[in-house]
Design a binder for this molecule. Structure first.
Ligand SMILES: [Zn+2]
Length: 118
């Protein structure tokens, strides 16, 4: 009993060898092209979130440390995504969350301190 194989690209039944995954070369290349496009779209989407996060940190960062903490809501209002960062840097009990060369550290539930890390 052989199961009918379905083309991974066009979803039509495949005729021929049992190990075939595509009808033909054009279905094969179109499948891998779509896969690459999906990956590029994913990278682009996440990169734009990280880039935006970094810009927000950069704009709110002040080298004058006397400025102190920034409310999280101020970051959120500008479109900051707290779920996305490039690194976690542990410093004892504390953790810095970096987006490239800027980072924030939570000082309580509502406020963060911003840092430039390199
Ligand atoms: Zn096909």
């Amino acid at each position: 009993m052989s199961e009918t194989k379905i083309c991974l690209n066009c979803h039509n039944p495949i005729k021929g060898r049992a190990d075939k995954k595509f009808c033909d070369d054009s279905c094969r290349s179109s499948h891998f092209h779509k896969q690459t496009q999906d990956e590029l779209f994913l990278y682009k989407r996440i990169h734009s979130i990280l880039r935006k996060n970094r810009r927000i940190l950069m704009q709110l960062f002040s080298p004058d440390s006397s400025k102190g903490s920034v409310p999280k809501t101020e970051l959120q209002e500008q479109g900051f995504h707290f779920d996305y960062h490039t690194q976690e840097i542990r410093k004892g009990k504390n953790c810095l969350y970096a987006c490239y060369d800027y980072a924030y550290q939570e000082i309580n539930e509502r406020e963060v301190v911003l840092l430039k890390i390199r």
